[in-house]
Design a protein around this ligand. Structure first.
Ligand code: AMP
Ligand code: MG
Length: 406
């Protein structure tokens, strides 16, 4: 048996980021930047006013003989326009937020610190002395020409889109989203809309994995269920080979019908491991032709947890992410973990922030067929291999799947 870390390392060594495509800026949300973004201009591009007020020479704002100075207003400059003359000694110009600072002026005083007869007045009194640069946002204050603003591999969110728009990126080079074929296996597995018959169960894995694949940022293709025959599997795999990644569930344990392994050996290459973990000991990894295949166990909880541990990082690496793994934090395990396992145990748990720390509460029966234990779980508490005991109140590491909202 190999460790989770070793399995992950071996899998990721075979996975490369996909090719780069250009997408319109507005459609780039959730994609991964394929190259770094370097500012080709200063931002802001010109010195501009941070306030509505008056542009002036700062030295003209000093009181004279205890009286506020009176300056002649020579005009105004609105956002989007450029002043047609300079500010000279003894004069001021009305200015709006975002308007370019007229030549000559070295400060802006906000309108609240001035007095004048009316908005069109030809005179303004300056009620407070201001320093050079006051209320002026210099060119390049935010971003400088030549500066690296976004790293390759960063996910594009609304704020990144704002930055890209500011820098004039109408289209964005991103890594193509992976297409993932999802294949169920097993003669006992029927589709969700079929009535249950003796010995049959509904196909939960394919739907669960389809949603998990989509949430990981890839495009899922649910290909139905292969029967436990070589012919049926071969046919499904032919279709699945159109994708960037194939994820199967079931058919990889040591049973009579464990055919996924055989097909992989026939049509590609196979690595098959028993991984020192629970749930989800048997995981197959290999290729069908050139397409990587991740064979997850059939038990729904095992499929869900092994997708988190192996499938999601594979999809993220293909998608161009440089950070692949969920964050781990230290938690207090309120109820402890009752069953001791020799294998590394990923325990479904609800983690909450309480009294200044993260507290985990496990979600009941941890059997790999108990799907309801996935409900309310937002974390996997990690119990190290070797039969480590976690008593109520002990601390442990937890892999966070979702952060609790408040
Ligand atoms: P296997 O790995 O094929 O031996 O499957 C292990 C367990 O998972 C068996 O109890 C299967 O019935 C169950 N199983 C396999 N595939 C699915 C599926 N698509 N949905 C729900 N349960 C499944
Ligand atoms: Mg099976």
């Amino acid at each position: 048996m190999i460790s989770v870390e070793e399995a992950l390392e071996r899998i990721l060594a075979e996975i490369m980021p996909l090719d780069v495509v250009q997408v319109p800026l507005a459609e780039s949300l959730g994609h991964v930047l394929a190259q770094e973004v370097i500012a080709q201009e200063d931002m802001p591009p010109f010195a501009n006013s941070a306030m509505d007020g008056f542009a002036l020479l700062s030295k003209d704002s000093q009181p004279r003989g205890g009286q506020p100075p009176r300056l002649r207003v020579t005009g105004g400059v609105a956002a989007g326009y450029v002043a047609d003359h300079a500010v000279t000694g003894g004069t001021a110009m009305r200015i709006m937020t975002g308007a370019p600072v007229p030549p000559g002026a070295d400060a802006v005083i906000q309108v609240e610190l001035t007095r004048s007869d009316d908005p069109q007045s030809e005179w303004v009194e300056i009620l407070e002395a201001v320093a050079p640069g006051n209320n002026i946002r210099p060119a390049g204050e935010d971003m400088q020409h030549g500066q690296t603003i976004l790293e390759r591999g960063s996910e594009i969110g609304p704020w990144e889109i704002g930055i890209l728009a500011t820098l004039g990126w109408a289209t964005v080079p991103v890594v193509r989203r992976p297409h993932v074929a999802i294949l169920g296996t097993g003669d006992e597995v029927i589709d969700v809309d079929e009535p249950l018959q003796p010995g049959k169960i509904r196909n939960s894995n394919s739907y669960l994995l389809e949603a998990a694949v989509r949430r990981a940022g890839a495009v899922p293709h649910r290909l139905g269920v292969a029967r436990d025959t070589v012919e049926s599997l071969r046919e499904k795999f032919t279709e699945a080979m159109q994708s960037d990644l194939i994820i199967t569930s079931g058919g990889v344990s040591v049973g009579d019908f464990d055919l996924v392994k055989n097909i992989m050996t026939e049509q590609g290459a196979i690595n098959f491991w028993r991984i020192n973990m629970r749930p989800g000991k048997p995981v197959a990894f290999g290729h069908i032709g050139k397409v990587p295949l991740l064979g997850l166990p059939g038990n729904p909880v095992s499929a869900a947890v092994t997708f988190e541990l192996f499938g999601r990082p594979v999809i993220r690496k293909m998608s161009g992410y440089t950070r692949l793994l969920r964050p781990q934090i230290e938690v207090l395990v309120e109820d402890g973990v009752s069953d001791r396992a020799m294998r590394r145990h990923y325990v479904r748990a609800r983690v909450e922030w309480r009294d200044g720390r993260y507290v985990a509460h496990t979600t009941g029966n941890q059997g790999s067929n108990i799907m309801t234990s996935l409900l309310n779980a937002n974390a996997l508490v990690i119990v190290p291999e070797g039969g480590v005991e976690v008593r109520p109140g002990d601390t442990a590491k937890a892999m966070m799947l979702e952060w609790p909202e408040v």
